[in-house]
Each structure stands twice: as C-alpha cells, then as structure tokens.
Design a protein around this ligand. Structure first.
Ligand code: ADP
Ligand code: MG
Length: 632
C-alpha cells in the first residue's frame, strides 16, 4: 500500500527551484548524495561502537556508484544507517536540515539564486536538477521493514513498503533527457562520474566504489573472467591533514576548507600543525574570512572535529577551543584519542587539554604574525572577530588577558587608525608614564571631549574606546607592559611640571571659597569641585574618581537591575586659565546669592558635554534664560 504525501511548502519551493534550475554546475548533486551517504556511514559506525547489538564489519562501509545507460539511471548506494519510514518522510519531505536550511536563509537575502546553489549545496533535493524521477529504497538499522520513496518532483511523493535485505540506502536517479540547451547524458558516463568524485569527494573517508568496466573487447572472454565484477575505489581517502605539507597547495587547503566547513570564501588563514613526540597529533585549523551569520548568537557552536588516525570521532569538540578563539574551524587528529571517547571523558582528558593549549599558542602566534606581516588582513580579521577577543579578555576575570592582550586593537587619537597596545607603548614619549584612553559613543565624540585637548597637545596619544565592552576590558587588563591605563576623565593626569603645579595650587587656593560655595550649591551631586589640570579651551568639565566611569555607568544603566550604586562619582573641574574663573570670583564676592544657579548651569553644561542626561532640563532652561536677561 502506498501513501501519497505532499512536500512541506518550503520544500516544494526549493524543489521547484531545483527542477527548473539553470545553474551551470548541476553536477554538485553527486557531491550532495555522496556526502549524505558518508554521513549515514558515520552514523552507523558510531552506533556500532556504542551499541553491541549493532554488529557490522566496519571495514566494509562504503558507497557504491553505478550507471545503467539503457535505463538512464545513476544509482548511489550505501550500507549506512538507513532511514525508518518516519525518518524518510521527515528527512526528505521537509526542509529542516542544516544544508538546505542555510540555503533557504541565504535565498531570502540574495538576489541571485544561481550563485547560492553552488555556495551551499542544497542537499538531497539537488538530485532533481538532473533527475526526472528519484527513487529511494532504504532500510533502517532500527527496523526490519524496508521502505521505498518515489518522487517526480514538486507534486509530492509516495512511500510504500519495499524490499531490501541489508541495512542502508539506495538512491536511484532517473536522469533527465537531453534538451536543446542542456546535456544530461554526461551523468551516465563513467569517466565523468569518476572525475566528479575525485573533484568533490576525494577526502570522504569511506571508499567510493564503482564497478570496473571490462575493457575486454571480446564479450565471451569477459564473461569468463572476473574482471567485470571488480570494484574500483575512486577517491584517495587519505585525509589532507595527514599528507606532508610539502605536497599540499594553497588551493588544496582552500578547497578542503570550503567543502568541509560549508563556506564559499577562502579562509583568511590556514594553520597546519603536525606534531610528533610524546604528544602526537595533526591539526588543521582555519580562520574564516568573514563572520558566520549566526556567530554572535546562541545558535553558533564552537569546536573542532576530532579524529583518531584519520577516523572521525566527533564534531565540534568544544574542549579544544577557548571561547576567545571560538571562530576557528578545523580538526584535530591524534592516535591518543580513543574512538569511543565520550563528551564527558573529553572534559577531563589530559592529552586533549595539552593539545588544546598548544593549539591556542599557535593560533595566537599566527595571528600576531599576521598583524606584523599583513596588516590589511589582520584588520579585516579584527573587524570580524575582534569583539570576541575583547570578550575573551574580559571573561573569566581576565584569566586569558596575557594570551590575548597583544591581539587587541583600538583607535588612536593620532591618526584615527587602529593600533595595537604594543605599537602604542613603542610610540610613547619618554616622559609619558600611562596609557591614556577615553570611552565614547564614537571617534568624533571622543575627539571633541574637552578633557582630550591638553593630553593631545602634550604629544600623547589617546586610545578612543567606542565599543561598550572596551572600558571593561581595559579595567580588567589594568596595565599593559607595566604601563597602567589612565582614563583622561578620571583622577589626576599628571600632565603638569613642578612649576605649573605650584601655579595651579596658587590659583586653587585663591578660589577656595568660590569652589566651596559651588560645592555647597551642588550638594551630594558632586563629590568635589576643584581646579582642573586637563583643560585647555573649555571652562569646565566633569570627571569621575577612580572606579566606575561615565561610559560604564551608561552601559550599566541599560541593564535591567541597574541601581544607584552603579553611578560614577562626579567631580566638577574648572579651568584655571579660562576667563570664566575670574568672572566667577567676582560674582562670588559681589553677588554671592547668584552662585547657586551658576553652579548648576556649570554642572549641567559639563554633563551635556559628557553625553550624560541633565537631571532637571526645565530648571536648566529657566536659569539660562535668567542669565541672558541679566546679561543684556
Ligand atoms: P543535510 O545533509 O544537510 O541534513 P540533505 O537534504 O542532504 O540535508 O539530507 C536530508 C536528510 O536526509 C539527512 O540529514 C539525513 O537524515 C537523510 N538522508 C539523506 N540521505 C541519506 C542516506 N543516504 N542515508 C540515510 N539518511 C539520509
Ligand atoms: Mg546532505
């Protein structure tokens, strides 16, 4: 009895796209079907390790490709895990699977569907680019009964009971007839199929086999010999990472990466490690050249593939990569990993920890050499993954600070270009003791801050921190190469020499009463009112005492459990060189009653420059109006 079913709506659309596709590399369907077969082989392989009742000969796992020219069929069979009836319906009737899903998402965004077919590969449905009809006969390791799936495309599919003696799956593609502008016959030519396997599926670790053709002219002769039934393995199987580096071209690495990790851009960096000795392993790591679309979401899973002597053990072993390097893709192969290692054991595996630490050092050194030798590439990397590195420094109470600090870039006040801390320190004038920074919404705002003027004039560079996390990162780092970080709007900047200092002290003494009155007017809103040693052309500014800064206050105030304690302590500073100070002193001695309003005007002004909200905008406006009335 056969059941006719409809494809899920989205699957149907994708299918129609495949059927009518004018994509020029239709041959990728073969890669897709073989990769599914190889996945199915992986699955039964692991099951057989875990479950004693599944007894298979692991050495016999393979994919068989065969051609029947007369019936126009190309058949791909595997002795993998197979599918139950439900799986058959769910897996082939619905888009829910990785490859096709990513395709669907990209399709929604892209303007050119042709291109993304090649970029993603679209799984099982790609068979319909070249087939007028597809039959799947499969028997699951979980069921005695085999099933048969048939579909001629978007009209739907049928599932009925089928005949199959062994566990596994057979996919029969009835190849389309040639049309005026399309040639499908090529997919019935064995040389073409062989070429495609080599091109796309060479690293599949199971043999992909085909019947060796009898090249014996005489049929009778052929019948007598066994040659006719000999199987030929088409793929080389030797995993790339086990080959000698000298035998691998950039092209090989790039192709391997793109095939295996479903990217369509070459990686930004390839790291191939082959270690012998008491810790023996091979690692092939890649740094992608763009940020994966889900990288900054919970969906993204970090981790490296685990192999033992070329045999796949596990996908995404997360113990091999710290969060700070979670963008790295790749694999590690070591004879010391046991095949049936479990995720629980992995967490405590000492070998694995030792390897992870080697990988970490290597990734860092490769990134550093990229920073030194290929600035452009590094800045691109930084744009993609810098945020992750910064989080990495902040995470775990700064545990990874030393590892990561050399990799960080910030924008410098000097040329508004990115610089590393090492570069900053190397450029520090001799008399500069601290690394100056200031946080702000963007570079322009940092630049415009009154506090930055004098520092820059002294010839010191300032790091402009424009990401929310930046200041937290700096706080955790505390110093770099023994140079402490110093916010230009916190604490004392030590910009003055002895003479200048005593001059300021004098002015401060002269204005003591004035400052006391201002402080009294502002009450607890400010911690102190004092003379400034950091201002040049602006009359006042707001600084915070060491500890929480204004930018951190802004970030924290957006958190749901923000409270009063998360406020920076405010200090109002007044520029001794500014003519306003003289005016204030005059007002203080002649019309002391006016100091209250003036104090608030000064304070509110300083808040505005700092990008902080003023507490009483109405009051501010009233006072300002009154001031104008008095003035004119
Ligand atoms: P993906 O491989 O990205 O999951 P596909 O469209 O290629 O998407 O395949 C859909 C699903 O169908 C697979 O995830 C797998 O569960 C199942 N499948 C396809 N081919 C086979 C096969 N040869 N043996 C077992 N299951 C298969
Ligand atoms: Mg697939």
């Amino acid at each position: 009895m056969s059941e006719t079913m409809q494809f899920q709506a989205e699957s149907k659309r994708l299918l129609e796209l495949m059927i009518h596709s004018i994509y020029t590399h239709k041959e990728i369907f073969l890669r897709e079907l073989i990769s599914n077969a190889s996945d199915a082989l992986d699955k039964i392989y692991f099951l057989s390790l875990e479950d004693d009742s599944v007894s298979i000969d692991r050495t016999k796992l393979s994919v068989l490709v065969s051609i029947d020219k007369e019936n126009r069929t190309l058949t791909i069979s595997d002795n993998g895990i197979g599918m139950t009836k439900d799986e058959l319906r769910d897996n082939l009737g619905t888009i829910a699977k990785s490859g096709s899903l990513a395709f669907k998402q990209a399709l929604a965004k892209a303007s050119d569907e042709i291109d993304i077919i090649g970029q993603f590969g679209v799984g099982f449905y790609s068979a319909f680019m070249v087939s007028q009809h597809v039959t799947v006969i499969t028997r699951s390791v979980k069921e005695e009964q085999a099933y048969r799936f048939e579909s001629s495309g978007s009209d739907g599919f049928t599932i009925e009971e089928g005949q199959k003696d062994e566990v596994g799956t057979i996919i029969i593609c009835k190849i389309k007839e040639n049309s005026d502008d399309e040639n499908y016959d090529e997919f019935l030519e064995s040389y073409r199929i062989k070429g495609l396997v080599k091109q796309y599926s060479d690293y599949i670790r199971y043999p992909i086999q085909m019947l060796k053709e009898a090249d014996v002219e005489d049929d009778e002769e052929a019948e007598k010999s066994d040659i006719k039934f000999e199987l030929e393995t088409l793929n080389s199987m030797t995993p790339l990472w086990r080959k000698s580096k000298a035998d691998i071209s950039d092209e090989d690495y790039n192709k391997f990466y793109k095939d295996k990790f479903h990217d369509w851009e070459d990686p930004a960096k390839v790291i191939h490690m082959q270690a012998e000795g008491n810790l023996s392993y091979q690692a092939l790591l890649f740094i992608p050249s763009k940020t994966p679309f889900n990288f900054y979401s919970n969906e993204f899973e970090k981790g490296l593939q685990l192999y033992s002597k070329g045999v796949f053990i596990m996908d995404k072993a997360k113990e091999l990569l710290g969060d700070h390097f979670r963008f790295v893709r790749g694999l590690v192969d070591s004879p010391d990993f046991s095949l049936n290692i479990s995720r629980e054991i992995l967490q405590h595996d000492r070998q694995l920890k030792a390897i992870a630490s080697r990988l970490e050092k290597k990734i860092k050194s490769e990134l550093l050499s990229m920073l030194k030798l290929d600035r452009e590439a590094y800045e691109k990397f930084w744009k993609n993954f810098g945020m992750q590195i910064k989080y990495g420094i902040y995470q775990d109470f700064g545990t990874h600070r030393e590892l990561l600090e050399d990799l960080v870039l910030f924008t410098s006040s000097r040329d508004k270009k990115l610089i590393s801390l090492e570069e900053y320190v190397a450029r520090m004038p001799e008399d500069q003791k601290e690394i100056y920074f200031v946080a702000g919404d963007n570079i322009e705002k940092c630049e415009a801050l009154p506090q930055s003027e004098l520092v820059r004039e002294k010839g010191y560079e300032i790091l402009y921190l424009v990401d929310d996390i930046d200041e937290f990162v700096i706080q955790i780092m505390h110093m770099y190469k023994e140079k402490p970080f110093k916010s230009i709007n916190q604490g004392d900047l030590n910009l003055l020499n002895e003479d200048e200092k005593s001059e300021v002290l004098k002015k401060s003494e002269e204005s003591k009463d004035l400052f006391a009155s201002i402080k009294e007017a502002l009450g607890d809103t400010v911690e102190d009112v004092r003379i400034s040693t950091r201002l040049k052309s602006h009359p006042v500014c707001l600084v915070s005492s060491e500890g929480l800064s204004f930018e951190m206050e802004k970030v924290l105030s957006q958190m749901p459990d923000a409270n009063e304690k998360m406020k920076a302590k405010r200090i109002l500073e007044i520029n001794p060189e500014h003519p306003l100070l003289q005016t204030l002193r005059r007002v203080h001695s002649t019309q002391p009653e006016k100091i209250h309003d003036i104090a608030w005007l000064l304070y509110d002004q300083a808040c505005l420059m700092e990008g902080l909200p003023i507490e009483d905008p109405m009051g501010f406006s009233k006072k300002l109006a009154q001031l104008m009335i008095d003035a004119f």
